[in-house]
Design a protein around this ligand. Structure first.
Ligand SMILES: [Zn+2]
Length: 125
């Protein structure tokens, strides 16, 4: 019961109350902002449908981005052309600073193993 009354409410909280005898489907308005011409394209989708993240701009035909509040939605293109590399996954777990630190530690270790940290002086000698 509770589930039914809450269904779809997260998409803006519009009333789902239906008029008697009328099949009413909840709708939600979405705005797509075009970076190319700076105009907004307004679309209406059924509230239980997931709005696409991009839509063709009505003014110029370029790709417009879905707005959430007053910000464009973050488009996840990771499953499109470029699969995540090991490097990307590494960066999700560690910051660049941490990696620099680890690299430095590792280099010092290697230098020490090569003898007294004089590895760089030996190169070219
Ligand atoms: Zn446009």
């Amino acid at each position: 019961m509770a589930d039914r009354s809450l269904r779809g409410m997260r998409l803006g909280g519009q009333s789902l109350q239906s008029e008697e005898g009328v099949v009413f489907s909840a709708r939600a308005n979405y705005t797509y902002h075009c970076e190319n011409c700076g105009r907004d394209t307004d679309m209406v989708f059924a509230a239980d449908a997931e709005a696409p993240e991009t839509w063709e701009c009505k003014a110029c035909g370029h790709e417009a981005t879905l707005m959430v509040g007053d910000k464009p939605v973050e488009i996840d293109r990771s499953n499109e052309k470029t699969p995540r590399s090991h490097w990307d996954m590494l960066l999700e777990r560690r910051t660049r600073d941490e990696l620099e630190e680890l690299l430095e530690e590792r280099l010092q270790f290697l230098r020490a193993r090569r003898g007294g940290g004089k590895a760089t002086e030996k190169i070219g000698a």
